[in-house]
Design a protein around this ligand. Structure first.
Ligand code: ATP
Length: 368
Protein backbone atom coordinates (compact mmCIF):
# COMPACT_ATOMS: atom_id res chain seq x y z
CA UNK A 1 0.00 0.00 0.00
CA UNK A 2 1.21 3.42 -0.97
CA UNK A 3 1.77 5.78 1.95
CA UNK A 4 0.96 9.42 1.25
CA UNK A 5 1.72 12.22 3.69
CA UNK A 6 0.16 15.66 3.86
CA UNK A 7 1.63 18.73 5.48
CA UNK A 8 0.76 22.40 5.88
CA UNK A 9 3.66 24.85 5.81
CA UNK A 10 4.39 28.58 5.85
CA UNK A 11 1.62 30.97 6.87
CA UNK A 12 -1.71 29.38 7.75
CA UNK A 13 -4.72 30.02 5.55
CA UNK A 14 -8.42 29.22 5.99
CA UNK A 15 -9.27 26.15 3.92
CA UNK A 16 -6.04 24.28 4.64
CA UNK A 17 -7.97 21.91 6.91
CA UNK A 18 -10.38 21.09 4.10
CA UNK A 19 -7.39 20.25 1.90
CA UNK A 20 -5.89 17.97 4.58
CA UNK A 21 -9.25 16.24 5.02
CA UNK A 22 -9.59 15.69 1.28
CA UNK A 23 -6.06 14.28 0.97
CA UNK A 24 -6.59 11.87 3.88
CA UNK A 25 -9.94 10.62 2.69
CA UNK A 26 -9.05 10.42 -1.01
CA UNK A 27 -5.89 8.51 -0.14
CA UNK A 28 -7.87 6.03 1.96
CA UNK A 29 -10.54 5.71 -0.75
CA UNK A 30 -7.77 4.81 -3.20
CA UNK A 31 -6.46 2.05 -0.97
CA UNK A 32 -3.49 4.07 0.26
CA UNK A 33 -2.44 4.90 3.78
CA UNK A 34 -2.58 8.55 4.81
CA UNK A 35 -0.17 10.33 7.12
CA UNK A 36 -0.19 13.86 8.49
CA UNK A 37 3.03 15.66 9.24
CA UNK A 38 2.52 18.00 12.18
CA UNK A 39 4.08 21.49 12.40
CA UNK A 40 5.26 21.68 8.78
CA UNK A 41 8.87 20.82 7.94
CA UNK A 42 9.67 20.89 11.65
CA UNK A 43 7.71 17.67 12.08
CA UNK A 44 9.34 16.11 9.07
CA UNK A 45 12.83 16.90 10.35
CA UNK A 46 12.24 16.05 14.01
CA UNK A 47 9.87 13.10 13.71
CA UNK A 48 8.94 13.39 17.40
CA UNK A 49 8.35 16.46 19.54
CA UNK A 50 10.00 17.37 22.85
CA UNK A 51 7.47 15.30 24.76
CA UNK A 52 8.16 12.28 22.58
CA UNK A 53 4.89 12.55 20.60
CA UNK A 54 4.95 11.39 16.99
CA UNK A 55 4.92 14.30 14.52
CA UNK A 56 4.32 12.01 11.54
CA UNK A 57 1.02 10.32 12.33
CA UNK A 58 -1.09 7.82 10.46
CA UNK A 59 -4.51 9.29 9.80
CA UNK A 60 -7.77 7.41 9.64
CA UNK A 61 -11.00 8.52 8.00
CA UNK A 62 -12.43 9.72 11.32
CA UNK A 63 -9.37 11.74 12.26
CA UNK A 64 -10.34 14.54 9.89
CA UNK A 65 -14.01 14.71 10.80
CA UNK A 66 -15.13 18.30 11.36
CA UNK A 67 -12.09 19.79 9.61
CA UNK A 68 -14.00 21.58 6.84
CA UNK A 69 -15.38 24.46 8.86
CA UNK A 70 -12.29 25.19 10.94
CA UNK A 71 -9.85 28.01 10.16
CA UNK A 72 -6.07 27.87 10.50
CA UNK A 73 -4.48 24.45 10.25
CA UNK A 74 -5.25 21.74 12.76
CA UNK A 75 -2.05 19.84 11.95
CA UNK A 76 0.02 22.94 12.67
CA UNK A 77 2.49 24.87 10.61
CA UNK A 78 5.92 26.36 11.27
CA UNK A 79 8.91 27.97 9.66
CA UNK A 80 11.79 25.53 9.86
CA UNK A 81 15.41 26.64 9.50
CA UNK A 82 16.80 23.09 9.60
CA UNK A 83 14.97 22.06 6.43
CA UNK A 84 16.81 24.79 4.52
CA UNK A 85 20.05 22.88 5.23
CA UNK A 86 20.96 19.54 3.68
CA UNK A 87 21.50 18.06 7.15
CA UNK A 88 17.87 18.81 8.00
CA UNK A 89 16.65 17.29 4.75
CA UNK A 90 18.72 14.15 5.50
CA UNK A 91 16.91 13.76 8.80
CA UNK A 92 13.59 14.36 7.05
CA UNK A 93 14.35 11.68 4.43
CA UNK A 94 15.30 9.19 7.15
CA UNK A 95 12.06 9.85 9.06
CA UNK A 96 10.03 9.35 5.91
CA UNK A 97 11.75 6.11 4.93
CA UNK A 98 11.31 4.74 8.43
CA UNK A 99 7.57 5.27 8.01
CA UNK A 100 7.60 3.94 4.45
CA UNK A 101 6.40 7.26 3.04
CA UNK A 102 7.51 8.37 -0.43
CA UNK A 103 4.81 10.82 -1.43
CA UNK A 104 4.37 14.23 0.09
CA UNK A 105 1.54 16.68 -0.52
CA UNK A 106 2.39 20.14 0.73
CA UNK A 107 -0.07 22.94 1.22
CA UNK A 108 1.90 26.15 1.61
CA UNK A 109 3.35 29.19 -0.09
CA UNK A 110 6.05 29.43 -2.74
CA UNK A 111 8.87 28.97 -0.18
CA UNK A 112 7.41 25.69 1.06
CA UNK A 113 6.90 24.43 -2.48
CA UNK A 114 10.43 25.37 -3.55
CA UNK A 115 11.83 23.48 -0.56
CA UNK A 116 9.72 20.46 -1.43
CA UNK A 117 10.93 20.32 -5.00
CA UNK A 118 14.54 20.61 -3.89
CA UNK A 119 13.90 17.71 -1.49
CA UNK A 120 12.61 15.60 -4.37
CA UNK A 121 15.63 16.45 -6.51
CA UNK A 122 18.04 15.50 -3.75
CA UNK A 123 16.08 12.44 -2.61
CA UNK A 124 18.11 9.64 -4.26
CA UNK A 125 21.37 11.26 -3.07
CA UNK A 126 20.01 11.70 0.45
CA UNK A 127 19.02 8.02 0.60
CA UNK A 128 22.43 6.87 -0.67
CA UNK A 129 24.12 9.00 1.96
CA UNK A 130 21.93 7.52 4.69
CA UNK A 131 22.87 4.02 3.53
CA UNK A 132 26.55 4.95 3.44
CA UNK A 133 26.49 6.27 6.99
CA UNK A 134 24.68 3.13 8.10
CA UNK A 135 21.52 4.96 9.19
CA UNK A 136 19.41 3.06 6.69
CA UNK A 137 19.94 -0.22 4.87
CA UNK A 138 19.72 -0.89 1.15
CA UNK A 139 16.54 -2.84 1.82
CA UNK A 140 14.97 0.11 3.59
CA UNK A 141 15.38 2.40 0.63
CA UNK A 142 14.78 -0.11 -2.17
CA UNK A 143 10.97 0.39 -2.52
CA UNK A 144 11.21 4.17 -2.13
CA UNK A 145 13.74 5.26 -4.72
CA UNK A 146 11.57 8.13 -5.94
CA UNK A 147 9.82 10.84 -4.03
CA UNK A 148 6.52 12.25 -5.27
CA UNK A 149 5.89 15.86 -4.43
CA UNK A 150 2.60 17.61 -5.10
CA UNK A 151 1.96 21.23 -4.17
CA UNK A 152 -1.26 22.89 -3.07
CA UNK A 153 -1.18 26.61 -2.64
CA UNK A 154 -2.39 27.79 0.71
CA UNK A 155 -1.99 31.54 0.96
CA UNK A 156 -4.34 34.37 1.83
CA UNK A 157 -2.42 36.71 -0.49
CA UNK A 158 -3.43 34.94 -3.73
CA UNK A 159 0.15 35.47 -4.79
CA UNK A 160 0.97 32.36 -6.81
CA UNK A 161 1.11 32.64 -10.59
CA UNK A 162 -0.73 30.07 -12.72
CA UNK A 163 -3.73 29.76 -10.44
CA UNK A 164 -6.75 32.02 -10.25
CA UNK A 165 -7.13 31.51 -6.53
CA UNK A 166 -5.09 30.17 -3.64
CA UNK A 167 -6.63 28.38 -0.68
CA UNK A 168 -7.59 31.04 1.86
CA UNK A 169 -7.68 34.16 -0.28
CA UNK A 170 -11.47 34.47 -0.51
CA UNK A 171 -12.00 33.91 3.23
CA UNK A 172 -9.47 36.62 3.91
CA UNK A 173 -11.05 38.97 1.40
CA UNK A 174 -14.46 38.34 2.92
CA UNK A 175 -13.12 39.25 6.36
CA UNK A 176 -11.44 42.39 5.05
CA UNK A 177 -14.65 43.51 3.37
CA UNK A 178 -16.61 42.99 6.58
CA UNK A 179 -14.01 44.91 8.59
CA UNK A 180 -14.08 47.78 6.12
CA UNK A 181 -17.89 47.77 6.27
CA UNK A 182 -17.58 48.03 10.05
CA UNK A 183 -15.32 51.06 9.99
CA UNK A 184 -17.48 52.51 7.21
CA UNK A 185 -20.36 52.83 9.70
CA UNK A 186 -18.18 54.86 12.03
CA UNK A 187 -16.77 56.82 9.12
CA UNK A 188 -20.26 57.69 7.90
CA UNK A 189 -21.47 58.63 11.38
CA UNK A 190 -18.54 60.95 12.13
CA UNK A 191 -17.69 61.92 8.51
CA UNK A 192 -14.28 60.34 9.13
CA UNK A 193 -11.58 59.02 6.87
CA UNK A 194 -10.21 55.52 7.47
CA UNK A 195 -6.97 54.23 6.05
CA UNK A 196 -7.08 50.46 6.22
CA UNK A 197 -3.88 48.43 5.94
CA UNK A 198 -4.35 44.93 4.55
CA UNK A 199 -1.90 42.07 4.02
CA UNK A 200 0.06 41.54 0.81
CA UNK A 201 3.83 42.02 0.50
CA UNK A 202 4.44 41.69 -3.22
CA UNK A 203 0.86 41.07 -4.13
CA UNK A 204 -1.86 43.71 -4.08
CA UNK A 205 -4.70 41.30 -4.85
CA UNK A 206 -6.33 41.61 -1.41
CA UNK A 207 -6.03 45.41 -1.47
CA UNK A 208 -7.34 45.74 -5.02
CA UNK A 209 -10.27 43.38 -4.54
CA UNK A 210 -11.14 44.90 -1.17
CA UNK A 211 -11.05 48.36 -2.76
CA UNK A 212 -13.36 47.19 -5.49
CA UNK A 213 -15.79 45.45 -3.17
CA UNK A 214 -16.02 48.26 -0.63
CA UNK A 215 -16.00 51.21 -3.03
CA UNK A 216 -12.78 52.63 -1.60
CA UNK A 217 -11.69 56.10 -2.66
CA UNK A 218 -8.05 55.15 -3.29
CA UNK A 219 -5.93 51.98 -3.21
CA UNK A 220 -2.15 51.53 -2.80
CA UNK A 221 -0.69 48.44 -4.49
CA UNK A 222 2.92 47.19 -4.62
CA UNK A 223 2.75 46.25 -8.32
CA UNK A 224 1.40 49.61 -9.42
CA UNK A 225 2.74 52.33 -7.12
CA UNK A 226 1.01 55.69 -7.17
CA UNK A 227 2.46 58.62 -9.14
CA UNK A 228 5.13 60.81 -7.46
CA UNK A 229 2.49 63.42 -6.66
CA UNK A 230 0.13 60.89 -5.11
CA UNK A 231 -0.79 63.26 -2.30
CA UNK A 232 -2.16 65.77 -4.82
CA UNK A 233 -3.89 63.12 -6.92
CA UNK A 234 -5.44 61.33 -3.96
CA UNK A 235 -6.33 64.64 -2.33
CA UNK A 236 -8.23 65.81 -5.42
CA UNK A 237 -10.14 62.53 -5.67
CA UNK A 238 -11.08 62.62 -2.00
CA UNK A 239 -12.13 66.27 -2.17
CA UNK A 240 -14.22 65.63 -5.29
CA UNK A 241 -15.98 62.76 -3.54
CA UNK A 242 -16.57 64.89 -0.45
CA UNK A 243 -17.88 67.77 -2.61
CA UNK A 244 -20.43 65.34 -4.04
CA UNK A 245 -21.73 64.79 -0.56
CA UNK A 246 -19.82 61.68 0.48
CA UNK A 247 -19.49 61.50 4.29
CA UNK A 248 -16.77 58.85 4.26
CA UNK A 249 -13.27 58.35 2.93
CA UNK A 250 -11.85 54.84 2.72
CA UNK A 251 -8.30 54.24 1.54
CA UNK A 252 -6.88 50.72 1.32
CA UNK A 253 -3.12 50.27 1.67
CA UNK A 254 -1.41 46.94 0.97
CA UNK A 255 1.24 46.25 3.62
CA UNK A 256 3.87 46.11 0.85
CA UNK A 257 2.82 49.48 -0.65
CA UNK A 258 5.64 51.77 -1.69
CA UNK A 259 6.29 54.70 -3.98
CA UNK A 260 7.99 54.48 -7.38
CA UNK A 261 11.40 54.59 -5.65
CA UNK A 262 10.43 51.63 -3.47
CA UNK A 263 10.13 53.81 -0.37
CA UNK A 264 7.48 52.27 1.85
CA UNK A 265 4.20 54.15 2.07
CA UNK A 266 2.95 53.36 5.55
CA UNK A 267 -0.77 53.60 6.20
CA UNK A 268 0.02 56.17 8.92
CA UNK A 269 1.62 58.48 6.35
CA UNK A 270 -1.55 58.43 4.27
CA UNK A 271 -3.64 59.11 7.37
CA UNK A 272 -1.38 62.02 8.32
CA UNK A 273 -1.82 63.56 4.88
CA UNK A 274 -5.62 63.23 5.00
CA UNK A 275 -5.67 64.83 8.45
CA UNK A 276 -3.10 67.57 8.00
CA UNK A 277 -3.60 68.58 4.37
CA UNK A 278 -7.29 67.90 3.90
CA UNK A 279 -8.39 68.58 7.46
CA UNK A 280 -10.23 65.29 7.77
CA UNK A 281 -10.77 63.40 10.99
CA UNK A 282 -8.61 60.51 9.80
CA UNK A 283 -7.76 57.19 11.48
CA UNK A 284 -5.59 54.20 10.65
CA UNK A 285 -6.89 50.67 11.02
CA UNK A 286 -4.37 47.85 10.62
CA UNK A 287 -6.32 44.64 10.16
CA UNK A 288 -3.31 42.41 10.92
CA UNK A 289 -3.86 38.77 11.69
CA UNK A 290 -7.65 39.01 11.84
CA UNK A 291 -7.33 38.62 8.05
CA UNK A 292 -5.88 35.14 8.41
CA UNK A 293 -8.09 33.54 10.99
CA UNK A 294 -11.64 32.41 11.29
CA UNK A 295 -14.05 30.15 9.51
CA UNK A 296 -13.23 29.41 5.86
CA UNK A 297 -15.79 30.68 3.36
CA UNK A 298 -17.54 28.33 0.94
CA UNK A 299 -15.03 28.87 -1.84
CA UNK A 300 -12.02 27.90 0.27
CA UNK A 301 -13.75 24.72 1.47
CA UNK A 302 -14.53 23.92 -2.16
CA UNK A 303 -11.03 24.76 -3.39
CA UNK A 304 -9.28 22.87 -0.59
CA UNK A 305 -11.45 19.82 -1.13
CA UNK A 306 -11.10 19.67 -4.92
CA UNK A 307 -7.39 20.40 -4.82
CA UNK A 308 -6.71 17.90 -2.03
CA UNK A 309 -8.50 15.15 -3.95
CA UNK A 310 -6.68 16.04 -7.16
CA UNK A 311 -3.32 16.03 -5.34
CA UNK A 312 -3.78 12.38 -4.39
CA UNK A 313 -4.69 11.51 -7.98
CA UNK A 314 -1.57 13.37 -9.11
CA UNK A 315 0.56 11.29 -6.72
CA UNK A 316 -0.95 8.11 -8.09
CA UNK A 317 -0.45 8.89 -11.73
CA UNK A 318 2.82 10.79 -11.94
CA UNK A 319 5.94 8.92 -12.93
CA UNK A 320 9.46 9.64 -11.62
CA UNK A 321 10.02 11.65 -14.80
CA UNK A 322 7.00 13.93 -14.37
CA UNK A 323 7.97 17.32 -12.96
CA UNK A 324 6.40 17.95 -9.54
CA UNK A 325 2.95 19.39 -10.12
CA UNK A 326 1.11 22.12 -8.28
CA UNK A 327 -2.66 21.88 -8.28
CA UNK A 328 -4.23 25.04 -9.67
CA UNK A 329 -7.66 26.46 -10.43
CA UNK A 330 -7.88 28.06 -13.86
CA UNK A 331 -11.21 29.35 -15.16
CA UNK A 332 -13.03 27.21 -12.63
CA UNK A 333 -11.25 24.02 -13.58
CA UNK A 334 -8.82 22.09 -11.41
CA UNK A 335 -5.62 21.60 -13.37
CA UNK A 336 -2.00 20.55 -12.75
CA UNK A 337 0.86 22.84 -13.59
CA UNK A 338 4.63 22.34 -13.18
CA UNK A 339 5.37 23.48 -9.65
CA UNK A 340 8.73 25.06 -10.42
CA UNK A 341 7.32 27.03 -13.36
CA UNK A 342 4.59 28.47 -11.15
CA UNK A 343 7.10 29.43 -8.46
CA UNK A 344 9.43 30.95 -11.08
CA UNK A 345 6.67 33.09 -12.56
CA UNK A 346 5.65 34.23 -9.09
CA UNK A 347 9.21 35.32 -8.36
CA UNK A 348 9.32 37.22 -11.66
CA UNK A 349 6.67 39.60 -10.34
CA UNK A 350 8.69 40.27 -7.17
CA UNK A 351 11.81 40.79 -9.28
CA UNK A 352 10.01 43.21 -11.61
CA UNK A 353 8.87 45.22 -8.58
CA UNK A 354 12.37 45.20 -7.06
CA UNK A 355 13.84 46.48 -10.33
CA UNK A 356 11.11 49.16 -10.51
CA UNK A 357 9.74 47.70 -13.73
CA UNK A 358 6.13 48.24 -12.69
CA UNK A 359 4.81 47.91 -16.23
CA UNK A 360 6.20 44.37 -16.33
CA UNK A 361 4.85 43.60 -12.85
CA UNK A 362 1.39 44.65 -13.98
CA UNK A 363 1.55 42.77 -17.27
CA UNK A 364 2.66 39.62 -15.46
CA UNK A 365 -0.31 40.00 -13.11
CA UNK A 366 -2.62 40.56 -16.10
CA UNK A 367 -1.28 37.40 -17.71
CA UNK A 368 -2.12 35.43 -14.58
P1 ATP B 1 4.07 32.23 3.03
O1 ATP B 1 3.75 32.64 1.63
O2 ATP B 1 2.89 32.13 3.91
O3 ATP B 1 5.23 32.97 3.65
P2 ATP B 1 5.88 30.10 2.38
O4 ATP B 1 5.69 28.66 2.15
O5 ATP B 1 6.41 30.90 1.22
O6 ATP B 1 4.53 30.67 2.91
P3 ATP B 1 8.37 30.28 3.83
O7 ATP B 1 8.63 30.82 5.20
O8 ATP B 1 9.08 30.88 2.68
O9 ATP B 1 6.81 30.31 3.67
O10 ATP B 1 8.72 28.71 3.82
C1 ATP B 1 8.22 27.82 4.81
C2 ATP B 1 9.26 26.79 5.12
O11 ATP B 1 9.59 26.07 3.93
C3 ATP B 1 10.60 27.35 5.61
O12 ATP B 1 10.60 27.61 6.98
C4 ATP B 1 11.55 26.23 5.25
O13 ATP B 1 11.50 25.19 6.19
C5 ATP B 1 10.98 25.72 3.93
N1 ATP B 1 11.67 26.36 2.79
C6 ATP B 1 11.39 27.54 2.21
N2 ATP B 1 12.24 27.81 1.20
C7 ATP B 1 13.09 26.78 1.14
C8 ATP B 1 14.21 26.44 0.32
N3 ATP B 1 14.62 27.24 -0.66
N4 ATP B 1 14.86 25.27 0.56
C9 ATP B 1 14.45 24.45 1.54
N5 ATP B 1 13.41 24.70 2.35
C10 ATP B 1 12.72 25.84 2.17
Amino acid sequence: RRRIAVMTSGGDAPGMNGAVRAVVRTAIANDCEAYAIYEGYDGLVKGVDKKGNEMIKKMEFDDVRGFLGVGGTKIGTARCKEFRERAGRLRAAKNMIQKGIDALIICGGDGSLTGADLFREEWPGLLEELVKTGELSGNDIQPHKHLNIVGLVGSIDNDLSMTDATIGCYSSLERICRNVDDVYDTAASHQRAFVVEVMGRHCGWLALMAGLATGADYVFLPENPPPEDWQDKMGKIVETHRARGKRTTIVIVAEGAHDRNLQKIPAQEVTKFLAESLGLDARTTVLGHTQRGGVPCFYDRFLGTLQGAEAVKAVLDTTPETPSPVICMIENKIVRRPLLEAVKQTKEVAKAIESKDFGRAMSLRDAE
